[in-house]
Design a protein around this ligand. Sequence first.
Ligand code: PA5
Ligand code: NI
Length: 187
Amino acid sequence: MNISITQPPQVAWASGLFSGGPLIRKSTCISSLANVFTDEHAWQAYPPHEVVYEVEMLDTASTEGALYTGVTHLNPGKVGDEYFMTRGHFHARREQGEVYCGLRGTGLLLLQDEQGAARLEHVFPGSVHIIPGFTAHRLINTGSDILSALAVWPSAAGHDYAALAQGFSVRVVEEGGEAQVKEINHD
Ligand code: PA5
Ligand code: NI
């Protein structure tokens, strides 16, 4: 018998940086986040290539039933008084869930159902977030360090950004040095 023992990819828990596997990287700069932040003037004032977040994921199989693993690194910063955040999405296959684990920095995970009901969870090193199906999700960096979170999701899930073109029903802003949650009425 000739059973092989291979070296798996690794992630450094303190930084969320992968090593040892083929990776895919995607950088999201501020200019590609039109209509995501409330303060249009503050958004325009940024250099267009300012990076808001980067996603590094393992380049693994995308067959039905397979899982993707990636880490989002969300920079600290604000547009006006609104904290840097990811665009946020539903999964194209709405029933598919996801798991996030906080690795570095502090922030919030905004979760919103299809009826617009929102809730937030604290994200911190060691936090575990079970995102059910039919639930949009967005990371918000309320801290002064990079917020890094590892995610595992079904590769068949896909992303639906268009369904949230109107925005989430909650915004998180800094007021008096603290994170404040504001409800938005889209009616
Ligand atoms: O699968 C996920 O939910 C994450 O890897 C996100 O895609 C990542 O955080 C980037 O966010 P978004 O896809 O909303 O731009
Ligand atoms: Ni997702």
